[in-house]
Design a protein around this ligand. Structure first.
Ligand code: GDP
Ligand code: IMO
Ligand code: MG
Length: 431
């Protein structure tokens, strides 16, 4: 396998975790490069379900090294919980195979308090964030007042930063948002305690990646969220506060762009979105309910019901361009089984004109109508298929339409949540 990144092409929850787990077989190191525990990546291995929010989805292979890059915002409490859960389940995760970048920013209790209070203040206009403090933490990073993992190794620096930051944050929480102020002492105590546990895991991720690449090791970068949640390229402001796109591996893990050979975009066979924001192909009818139920479309992080709709290839095509996709991994094709007819959105109609990419203006987007290509569905259970030829002709036609509209070849097709419920089209990807 060659160095590769896996990104979401829609609004997150495309099944990146499953695809990363599958591809990890051919990698030596697996790296997250942005986002935080707003992510929820689900793997089903040997019938057992695991959900990861921060630790890379490669962690179940005990001979692989997993890295958390500088581009993440890390809630240390969540990281420690995730580590404990793995250890309790018999998966060893010592510092020899889990590394947290010293430059990663830490989510603090005031970030979560601000995230929550702002959503309340926005009322109906809320973004529907995951409430994990992601946005406020990235704001502090850019404002140059953030607290980084390296600060856990220097208790006096940590304490000073928390005290200084809280003065401003408490003013904002109390006077502007009408929320409770926070006491610095228990926060300092808690972070020092967590720091003691985490210090052995903190190091230079960029350097480790450089040394690994020099030795010919293979690196798999794991994207979180999706391209249309990207703070630059997504449906702004209904986005997350980081750049999930493939190019972010450079800034978010400390590597050069020439490291990548393959860029795999994960595409759910229909569209979902959790949280607020525009959704051109949304189905608010019994077909939407059918997909939601069959696909068990509830958020892995917040448990919220995911909004469902037809596959929007305008969205996927934008992602193919922005990420430079070299291959697609189509997931959850099995969920569409049983629908008589399927619609695929191949373009939008905006003010009487046919357009091929999503407009930046939300008011223009609200006027966009989907132009559908109607396709025949299939009734057969496809979860046992392991080659394309075992799929019904209608399912193959559906896949062909995706390839034709996006111009990107399909490398993998997933027909169930389990690791083995997969059709590997590009045999070079999985050894
Ligand atoms: P991620 O955030 O992109 O990793 O995706 P999530 O884990 O949040 O959501 C994807 C959900 O779909 C998880 O519950 C997976 O177990 C499940 N899943 C992944 N691939 C398939 C598939 O091909 N078929 C079915 N039925 N479920 C799948
Ligand atoms: P994975 O990696 C789906 C959404 C939230 C909200 C918006 C902003 O599992 O695909 P935030 O808490 O990031 O400030 O929320 O982004 N969101 C996701 N939706 N999958 C995710 O991650 C998401 N991470 C954030 O629901 O609409
Ligand atoms: Mg998810």
């Amino acid at each position: 396998m060659e160095n590769m990144v896996v990104v979401g092409t829609q609004w997150g929850d495309e099944g990146k975790g499953k695809i990363v787990d599958l591809l990890t077989a051919g990698a030596d190191l697996v790296v997250r490069y942005q986002g935080g525990n707003n992510a929820g990546h689900t793997l089903v291995v040997g019938g057992k379900k695991y959900i990861f929010h921060l630790i890379p989805s490669g962690i179940l292979y005990e001979d692989k090294t997993c890295l958390i890059g500088n581009g993440l915002v890390v809630d240390p409490e969540v990281l420690l919980q995730e580590m404990k859960r793995l250890e309790d389940g018999g998966v060893s995760i010592g510092p020899e195979r889990l590394l947290l970048s010293e430059k990663a920013h830490l989510i603090m209790p005031y970030h979560k308090a601000i995230d929550a209070a702002r959503e309340v203040a926005k009322g109906k206009a809320k973004l529907g964030t995951t409430g994990r403090g992601i946005g406020p933490c990235y704001e502090d990073k850019v404002a140059r007042v953030g607290i980084r993992a390296v600060d856990l190794t220097e208790p006096e620096v940590l304490e000073e930063k928390i005290r200084t930051n809280l003065k401003e944050k408490n003013f904002y929480l109390e006077k502007f948002l009408g929320a409770e102020p926070l006491d610095p002492d228990p926060i300092i105590e808690g972070y020092l305690k967590m720091g003691e546990k985490l210090v052995p895991y903190i190091g230079d991720v960029s350097l480790m990646l450089y040394e690994a690449a020099t030795k010919g090791k293979t690196i798999l970068f794991e994207g979180a969220q999706g391209t249309h949640l990207d703070v630059d390229h997504g449906t702004y402001p209904f986005v997350t506060s980081s750049n999930p796109v493939a190019g972010t591996i450079c800034a978010g893990a400390g590597v050069g762009p020439n490291i990548l050979k393959q860029i795999i975009g994960v595409v759910k066979a229909y569209t979902t979105r959790v949280g607020a924001g525009p959704f051109v192909t949304e189905l608010q009818d019994e077909i939407g309910d059918y997909i939601q139920e069959r696909g068990a479309e509830f958020g892995s992080t917040t448990g919220r019901r995911r909004r469902c709709g037809w596959l929007d290839l305008v969205v996927v095509k934008d992602s193919a361009r922005i990420n430079g996709l070299t291959g697609l991994a189509i997931t959850k094709l099995d969920v569409l089984t049983g629908l008589e007819r399927l619609n695929v959105c191949v373009a939008y109609e905006l003010d009487g004109k046919r357009i091929q990419s999503r407009p930046a203006s939300l008011t223009a987007l609200a006027r966009c109508k989907p132009i559908y290509q109607e396709m025949a569905g299939w009734k057969e259970d496809i979860s046992g298929a392991r080659t394309l030829t075992e799929l019904p002709a209608e399912a193959r036609a559906y896949l062909k339409e995706i390839e034709e509209i996006t111009g990107v070849p399909i490398s993998v097709v997933s027909v169930g949540p389990g690791r083995e419920e997969t059709i590997v089209v590009d045999k070079l990807l999985v050894p």
